[in-house]
Ligand binder design. Sequence first.
Ligand SMILES: Nc1ncnc2c1ncn2[C@@H]1O[C@H](COP(=O)(O)OP(=O)(O)OP(=O)(O)O)[C@@H](O)[C@H]1O
Ligand SMILES: [Mg+2]
Length: 356
Amino acid sequence: MSIVTTKKITKVFPGGVRALDELDLTINDGEFFALLGPSGCGKTTLLRTLGGLESPTSGEVWIDDKDVTWSPPGERNIAMVFQDYALYPHMSVKENIAYPLKVRKLPKDEQEKRVAMASKALSIETLLERRPGQISGGQQQRVAVARAMATTPNLYLFDEPLSNLDARLRLEARTFLKQLQTELGVTTIFVTHDQSEALAIADRMAVMDKGVVRQVGSPSEFFHRPANLFVAAFIGSTPMNLLEGQVLQGNVKVGSNTFTIPESYRGKLQEGQEVVYGIRPEYVSVVSSNADGVASGSVKVTENMGTHYLVSIDCGGTLVRGTVPDGQQPANGATLHFLPDLNKVLIYDKVSGNLI
Ligand SMILES: Nc1ncnc2c1ncn2[C@@H]1O[C@H](COP(=O)(O)OP(=O)(O)OP(=O)(O)O)[C@@H](O)[C@H]1O
Ligand SMILES: [Mg+2]
């Protein structure tokens, strides 16, 4: 078990790409930590740097109370699953899984036991004699995960380990990973493109952007209090409504509509300030009358989400998304009145992009 700390690590690749930019991050002992961010933001580079496969241009990597910045991978006791699996093509599936155990000179019967455990957990028992070239991409990915899970390192690094699995297998595999990780208590860093996966299984998570961390916190903090507009736009299966407006007499004026400023923001905003009024579609509900604080617009698109409908409402050129219960689907073009839940409203400064 390990605490992992990066101290201002910067990685500039030949050619000048700054993949990591003075990045500071601490991952706690035994934590399941998810790393999210758009393609190219530096997730793989960070993992490779932690694993010792890449050396930083500047800054330090610490594991527990040891500076490992310049230690070779073999000295770090880390198991890593790469984005591209990196299986040995000339070895069978079984030999692939057993390889790290063989390197660590585990007794043969212990090797057998662990291979059996990991391959059963990932449903690849019937593939053990085949070579990587003879199995599908999703199966290769499961072999790579099994190979990591068969070892008992101080730190797991997973780079999108489930990206090639179908929805059902993916759900099963992630539940298994989480369960095993909880049992073993091994610190785990897990890169994923799938934010619902991160929200579901992480103890804490970080969102990266252009080589820096934009927010670190619990999944619930990310969902309820995104710290800036970048994270607010990034997190949530349907993105948050981010309505640009101006503070005017206790309200935020967005086009021809006015939105009420919650009590908790009184005194924190200046008259005329340019702000962004943030509210998740889940917290925008349709009401029958046009009372105080109620905005109106016409229905543009209605999407069936199973338990409810997601409606996109055109409010004088600004699109606001809200929800209506199943069975109350509005007609396209109909005028709707809607009300944000004031307890859920977040207001951002438009200039800095930060949550006020
Ligand atoms: N070996 C390399 N040489 C030059 N540039 C590189 C190298 N590896 C990565 N980069 C660049 O560094 C940046 C970060 O890449 P990285 O692979 O860490 O992104 P990522 O967050 O893992 O993206 P993805 O989600 O697509 O996997 C990108 O701009 C990438 O093009
Ligand atoms: Mg990557």
